[in-house]
Design a protein around this ligand. Structure first.
Ligand code: ATP
Length: 304
């Protein structure tokens, strides 16, 4: 694997607070990698470690092969775009002036700014003052700021805050196309329904540690959470369902003609085989995997 980011037993303590502890992580080039966790889980601190804004109090953090505190990291930093969680924008500047201002700070050609505004869907708002921008427009502008200078590595802290569904779709479309060009993205989010279809892998952080790491499918398969199965029956078939239900299948409730069941993944095939014996009593079956939100909120136990 061509790792762009490597953390080895990385830790960050603030006095007695262990904000990040024993984190081992490798992220490959072109990945869209998600970080999720409750407030205070350590996501922002981990971002700051990877950006070289904080020096780890233990372990090692390397980005593009360089230790983040070394001299060589100055060059690496030029290839990094960062969208902080709470970016401050000047109300009196227009969108274009804002971007040109950030371009000046980064010594980037300001002539690249109009195209960048177009990339984030603000082509028609470049001459409008930020004070008249909606929350979503501000977030798009902040994203454009992170894209200045065509970074190879993007760190985006809660990037879809304030975006409407179309804005969220546009945002991930930009990420997808950047990923195809080899750009690596690390993003944090509380929006689990949104993140679960769009990241290549993710890490679930709890109290400074990575509690689980993998694809969404890996995380689901490792969790002890049950699958939910909705069984649509013909009228009067409930007793028959109860009769054929194998061990491991559990009826949670029955609403009219729909029975809500659950079972462990390991019992799924056995349960489905039994349900097929319902024959004409059966209208339809719908299986739901535990969502990322279930995994996150359900305090599921994960295998390491
Ligand atoms: N500069 C600091 N000094 C002292 N403690 C800090 C500092 N920065 C963070 N912490 C503590 O470290 C822990 C992790 O904080 P961090 O901001 O990294 O979490 P987070 O997952 O980003 O939370 P949120 O989702 O609320 O942004 C928290 O207990 C926080 O209070």
């Amino acid at each position: 694997m061509n790792s762009v980011i490597e953390l080895r037993q990385a830790g960050m303590r603030f006095g007695e607070v262990r904000a990040v502890e024993d984190v081992d992580l490798s992220v490959a080039q072109g990945e869209v990698f998600g970080l999720i966790g409750h407030n205070g889980a350590g996501k922002t601190t981990l971002f700051k470690l990877m950006l070289g804004l904080l020096a780890p109090t233990s372990g090692e953090v390397r980005v593009c092969g360089e230790p983040v505190r070394g001299e060589a990291f100055r060059q690496v930093r030029r290839r990094i775009g960062y969208l902080p969680e709470n970016i401050s924008l000047y109300e009196n500047l227009t969108g274009l002036e804002t971007l040109e201002f950030f371009a000046g700070l980064k010594a980037i050609d300001p002539q690249t700014c109009p195209a960048l505004l177009g990339q984030v869907g603000l082509a028609d708002a470049g001459l409008v003052k930020v004070s008249a921008y909606s929350k979503g427009m501000r977030q798009r502008l902040a994203f454009a700021q992170a894209l200045l200078g065509k970074p190879q590595l993007l760190f985006l802290d809660e990037p879809t805050n304030g975006l409407d569904p179309q804005g969220i779709r546009d945002f991930y479309e930009v990420l997808r196309s950047l990923s195809e060009d080899g750009v690596t993205t690390i993003l944090s989010s509380h929006q689990m329904a949104e993140i679960q279809q769009r990241v290549s892998r993710l890490a679930l952080m709890k109290q400074g540690k990575i509690a689980s790491l993998g694809t969404v499918r890996n995380l689901r398969e490792r969790s002890a959470l049950p699958l939910r199965i909705e069984v649509e029956l013909r009228n009067g078939a409930e007793p028959e369902l109860r009769r054929i239900l194998p061990e491991g299948g559990q009826i949670i409730r029955v609403n009219g003609s729909t029975a809500h069941l659950q079972c462990l993944r390991s019992d799924k095939l056995r349960l489905l085989a039994s349900l097929s014996a319902l024959g004409d009593h059966l209208v339809d079956i719908h299986i739901s995997e535990p969502s990322l939100e279930d995994l996150f909120l359900g305090n599921a136990e994960f295998a390491s």
